[in-house]
Design a protein around this ligand. Structure first.
Ligand code: ADP
Length: 310
């Protein structure tokens, strides 16, 4: 349905998107996961024909949409990160205004306005001014606007950043429903691993402008199938202990966490004795140890050496 070919965007001397090839099949829900600055917004802005690539192509149903943006525009809904609404108007007036921009008219316009307000769960509060809405409710109106013209594909740029947990939950459930019940194709960007895990059939992990891994959640986690993660809670941090672990031949990765260290080690390598021995030698007090199978966050850490929210 949608495909990018060696898509690239350079700002002055910064390569924001570097030779990216991604695709979406009809009805799929695809996640674009990456930390801030990874290039997610730049990539989806090019796909949505809002930004011209430096090089590369984007195809919609086999047609080049960089040359012919009008092919995709009527069928694409884009939810930007910023709230693009008139705060002095009511939610109803906002949605209706944007509906007119989409050239919807009369009864059809009115029924679409009511349908999208219903989808985002704000039909009952449509008369209130947007300025009196919470950030999460404003986001939901932003989404309502993107759904007005019944797009086949919706692209969402981190729609849950900085909003209350209730609205966040609502948005996630709503996106899931749009995909599963209405068959809408979704491209969802986020730096929250658990969101893409919950919502998406397939995930692209992006870092420094590049796609560094792709697959279903299970496929991505299987990158680390021969490893396991050990979380150590320490009484206080100890660089000598950390260095000793790093020097050890069986510890693949050592990262500092809020309360101690996270280690990636080969599965069933019985590292605990060595770890306790090193802790004692370097006078590091271990408060607790937990061993678990890797998560997507661990995969990201493994691939980049950094955490998603660094
Ligand atoms: P993300 O959406 O993953 O946070 P962005 O696409 O916003 O990432 O940014 C990718 C990189 O491009 C960042 O280093 C950012 O600073 C840079 N960037 C984004 N927009 C511009 C711009 N208009 N001019 C210059 N640099 C930009």
């Amino acid at each position: 349905m949608l495909e990018t070919e060696s898509l690239r965007k350079v700002y002055k001397n910064k390569v924001a998107v570097d030779e990216v090839n991604i695709y979406l099949k009809e009805g799929e829900s695809v996640g674009l996961l990456g930390p801030n600055g990874a290039g997610k917004s730049t990539l989806i802005s090019m796909i949505a024909t809002l930004l011209k690539p430096s090089s590369g192509k984007v195809f919609w149903e086999g047609q080049d949409i960089i040359k012919n943006p009008h092919i995709i525009r009527p069928t694409l809904g884009m939810v930007p990160q910023e709230i693009a609404l008139y705060k002095e108007l009511s939610a109803y007036e906002n949605v209706k205004f944007f509906g007119k921009i989409y050239r919807l008219k009369g009864k059809h316009l009115e029924s679409r306005v009511q349908e999208v307000l219903e989808i985002v769960g704000l039909k009952d509060r449509q008369k209130e001014l947007v300025k009196n809405y919470s950030g999460g409710m404003q986001r939901r109106i932003n989404i309502a606007v993107a759904l007005l013209h019944e797009p086949d594909i919706i692209i969402m740029d981190e729609p849950t950043v900085g909003i209350d947990p209730q609205s966040r939950h609502y948005i996630l459930e709503m996106v899931k429903r749009l995909n599963e019940e209405k068959g809408m194709t979704v491209l969802y960007t986020s730096h929250y691993m658990e969101e893409v895990e919950k919502l998406c059939d397939r995930i692209y992990i992006m870092d420094n402008g590049k796609i560094i891994a792709t697959g279903t959640k299970d496929e991505l986690v299987s990158i680390l199938s021969s490893e396991e993660t050990i979380d150590l809670v320490l009484e206080e941090s100890s660089s000598a202990f950390e260095d000793a672990l790093r020097a050890g031949e069986h510890v693949l990765k050592v990262t500092e966490t809020e309360k101690g260290l996270k280690l990636i080690v080969p599965k069933q390598s019985n590292q605990l004795t060595t770890i306790f021995h090193l802790a004692e030698k370097h006078q590091a007090a271990i408060q607790s140890v937990s061993i678990h199978v890797p998560s997507l966050e661990d995969v990201f850490l493994h691939l980049t050496g950094r955490k998603l929210r660094d």
